[in-house]
Design a binder for this molecule. Structure first.
Ligand SMILES: *Cc1c(COP(=O)(O)O)cnc(C)c1O
Length: 515
């Protein structure tokens, strides 16, 4: 499409965010390559003082390209406009409530951006020696200590780049621990409510995943657990509160039973929002914990941006932690001194450098700015907000496990589906039209037509009220008009309803399915 193509008329949905602004209402944006004009440049220094080098002298002919690489040639002005237009076509945590259950898309304070942008942090090369990066090492050590305090663990690695990477790291630590004791174990137990990354990590870690069902309370079925526990079990992976938003009340008994057969307990702490400053995985009996700093600690999750999934462990797993790790050593003077150390029986590196360090810096900024009392308050309000929504919406949607929840509540559209042909995904798509991001749908897998809502502590009572009212309106429309009433939504967003299976497989969209 040429850059000058007129904007496609876009549906004319009343009040739709994007439809009202002509520049932003185009259904297709030109790509940067379509904006390209030969010879156009963004900006360059008139003189740099750096001598020109003839590349032909430095790089042997057989390693040089025959033709220059084809890059888009655009002015800075066009580039900025392009990026800004694209940004306006997105929903974002900075724009409104994003109640995506399990994934904690909460507002992230801007002070964290300021800290991560400090030249002394952002400008350091990861290969710079410890002698020149004492501040960075001190920051990492402090972050590790705070994360251990929050989780009740002895030590941690900050290397893993995301939650799933943390899970694999944790399972490799589990394996190293058992192997060091000459114990060959083959199985890891996972509840049927677990996040999909858990069984995947277990398989990648070389173990067989054994699923235990949930009971009528939405917690691990203790009889089913007892039936699969034996000396082949390397450990159990649990999310607590689990993905139904419910606290595993039998956690102490589960820990006892697993430890009795020599297994370890792995805590999926991707989302710590409900327990911060209230209860610690270490005190529940866990041996290994991963945390998603890009959910709980001030980096937005999703969108493919960098994350960080540190793994904290109990004392007996410390010798196996990935290395090198930043460590405080006695420098002799007043100032503490730091260096890199690799634990005796380390499983090795799990990241080429020291992890996604600017995400780590953001997390420490958030932790220090929030403080211990503040973190507890985060948990309290996250739980309060979820329970307020649960009570408010219980008459409108099914609540499969209608008891006190933690930071998220799992609703179900199963009655709407049965009686009116309206599914959870229809509710979610309709909600986009109301200016909210959709909740997580179709997960956890054990709930039919699941709508997993995590309001987070960052939303005000007014926003929660508006979200609840929107969900009530949508249910009323579903009852009055059935599937047809909702099928065409969203109407006012730059991209309307897509065929999701095809959208995932065909990355260049065709827009022929539009209403
Ligand atoms: C998000 C999440 C994960 C995976 O984290 P990624 O950073 O996306 O790899 C694992 N478990 C739970 C419960 C999660 O919510």
């Amino acid at each position: 499409m040429p850059a000058t193509a007129p904007a496609t008329a876009s549906g004319g949905a009343p009040g739709g965010r994007a439809a009202s602004a002509p520049l932003l209402g185009r259904e297709e944006e030109p790509t940067l390559f379509e904006l390209s004009h030969p010879g156009r440049r963004a900006w360059s220094f008139r003189t740099t003082g750096v001598p020109e080098v003839d590349l032909a002298e430095l790089v042997p002919a057989e390693h040089r390209r025959a033709a220059p690489v084809e890059l888009a040639e655009v002015s800075e002005r066009d580039l900025v406009a392009h990026a800004t237009r694209l940004a306006h076509r997105q929903f974002a945590v900075d724009l409104g409530a994003y109640p995506l259950g399990s994934c904690t898309m909460k507002y992230n304070p801007k002070v964290c951006d300021t800290v991560a942008a400090l030249p002394g942090l952002a400008g350091v090369h990861p290969a710079a020696p410890a002698s020149l990066t004492q501040g960075w090492l001190g920051l990492l050590v402090e972050l590790e200590e705070v994360l251990c305090e929050i989780t009740g663990m002895a030590g941690a690695t900050l290397q893993p780049a995301a939650g799933a990477a943390g899970e694999l790291t944790g399972l490799l630590l589990m394996r190293a621990y058992h192997e060091s004791r000459g114990s060959v174990r083959t199985k890891v137990i996972i509840p049927d409510s677990a996040h999909g990354t858990n069984p995947a990590s277990v398989t990648l870690g070389g173990y067989q995943a054994v699923t235990v069902p949930s009971d009528g309370r939405g917690c691990v079925d203790m009889a089913a657990l007892a039936a699969v526990l034996d000396e082949d079990v390397a450990g159990i992976m649990l999310t607590n509160p689990n993905t139904l938003g419910l606290f595993e009340e039998d956690i102490a008994a589960i820990a006892d039973a697993v430890h009795r057969v020599g297994g370890l307990l792995y805590y999926d702490g991707a989302n710590l929002n409900a327990i911060l400053g209230v209860v610690r995985p270490g005190d529940m009996g866990f041996d290994i914990v991963h945390m998603n700093l890009h959910k709980t600690f001030a980096t937005p999750h999703g969108g493919g941006g960098p994350g960080a999934g540190p793994v904290a462990v109990s004392e007996r797993l410390m010798p196996f932690l990935p290395g090198p790790r930043p460590a405080r050593v006695d420098g002799g003077g007043d100032e503490p001194a730091y260096r890199w150390v690799t634990p005796a029986r380390s499983i090795g590196r799990v990241h080429t450098w020291h992890g996604n360090t600017l995400v780590l810096a953001r997390a420490l900024a958030y932790l220090l700015a929030t403080g211990g009392d503040g973190l507890r308050r985060v948990a309290q309000i996250a739980v309060l907000n979820a329970n307020w929504l649960r009570r408010r919406l219980a008459g409108t949607y099914d609540v499969p496990f209608d008891r006190s929840c933690m930071h998220e509540v799992v609703l179900s559209a199963r009655t709407l589906k049965r009686d009116h042909g309206v599914r959870a995904v229809d509710v979610a798509k309709r909600l986009l039209e109301e200016g909210f991001h959709a909740p997580t749908v179709s997960f956890p897998l054990i709930v039919d037509e699941a709508l997993m809502v995590e309001p987070t502590e960052t939303e005000s009572p007014q926003t929660l009220e508006a979200l609840a009212a929107a969900l009530e309106r949508i249910a009323a429309e579903a009852v009055a008009g059935g599937h047809d009433a909702l099928a065409a939504y969203p109407k006012g967003t730059p991209v309307r309803r897509v065929d999701e299976a095809r959208a995932a497989r065909t990355l260049i969209p065709t827009f022929d399915a539009r209403g």
